[in-house]
Ligand binder design. Structure first.
Ligand code: PAF
Length: 294
């Protein structure tokens, strides 16, 4: 595995690989790898000839009171894990390589960036994500880029950027990877002390409780959210948000009459955690196909 620091180095490596007809897979990350990241790298390895992982703690997606300086960083450990996962190139640039003096562009996805985490953390968060991901796409020019469903809203924002700006990249979304007790893997889980680590399991249990109400036949947002809220309350968690929204547009839903995102964010101990479940509405049988197949 090669560790590259500059944009010209990456461009040269990509040019060479493309010359040989290689399909390029990109996994954008901020490091502090866990099994969730490794699942993205494995998917990229299976689906591409050349796998590039970017490791960049992107300052523009952090707010003034957020954990930019505290964010876990251990490049040597990350490099060893990436190499073991079969990654070909680790792109680990300095902030000045990505944001040189005079950098002035900002990509804002109206609507999608302003709700849920965008409302809690501020619009700068998804602007920072959209801008740096677009920049990484411009540097690496991947055929396919891999993202995790845990950051469901980020996936929607990136998909919209790709669609609106006609970027020639396929987005693959990999399932949430969970600890044995259901806690979604996150680089921020290292902030949890033992008591908070136990408390944090309530996030997934709350989403499970909401999903169970829906699966039992009650599609009303009020019932689903109240079941989830009860579990959070029982664990002493006051969520930053707990919402049910259209899984594509993120518009609020009064009932699950289309695929819905049940999403939660909460401060647990020293960590701010997010998690989500998608509640899927079974597709109505397609009459035309049934007739054609009969
Ligand atoms: O999901 C992340 O780790 C980051 O938001 C990303 C996509 C690497 C952009 O900085």
């Amino acid at each position: 595995m090669r560790i590259l620091r500059t944009i010209p180095e990456v461009r040269a490596a990509i040019r060479e690989a493309r010359g040989g007809g290689a399909m390029i897979g990109l996994v954008p990350t901020m490091g502090a790898f866990h099994d969730g990241h490794l699942s993205l790298m494995r998917a990229a390895r299976a689906g591409s000839d050349l796998v590039v992982v970017s490791l960049f703690v992107n300052p523009t997606q952090f707010g003034a009171n957020e954990d930019l300086t505290a964010y876990p960083r251990d490049e040597a450990r990350d490099a060893a894990l990436a190499e073991a996962a079969g990654v070909d190139i680790l792109f680990a640039p300095a902030p000045s390589e990505i944001y040189p003096e005079g950098f002035a562009t900002n990509i804002h996805v109206a609507g999608l960036s302003d709700v849920l985490d965008g409302a809690s953390r501020g619009a700068h968060h998804f602007d920072g994500v959209a801008t740096v991901v677009t920049k990484l796409f411009g540097i690496v020019r991947p055929d396919t880029a891999y993202f995790g469903q845990k950051d469901a809203q980020q996936v929607l924002v990136v998909r919209r950027v790709v669609r609106d700006l006609d970027l020639d990249v396929r987005i693959v979304v990999c399932p949430i990877v969970r600890e044995a007790d259901g806690l979604a893997m996150s680089s921020r889980n290292v902030y949890l002390d033992p008591a908070a680590r136990v408390q944090a399991t309530a996030l997934n249990r709350a989403l499970d409780a909401g999903a169970a109400v829906f699966e039992a036949g009650d599609a009303a947002a009020g019932s689903i959210l109240s079941a989830a809220r009860d579990v959070l309350g029982g664990a002493g968690i006051d969520p930053e948000y707990l919402e049910l929204r259209d899984a594509e547009t993120l518009r609020p839903l009064a009932r699950v009459d289309r695929d819905a995102l049940l999403a939660v964010a909460a401060h647990v101990g020293a960590a701010r955690l997010i998690d989500n479940h998608v509640l899927r509405v079974a597709e109505a049988p397609n009459d035309t196909e049934t007739e054609a197949g009969a």
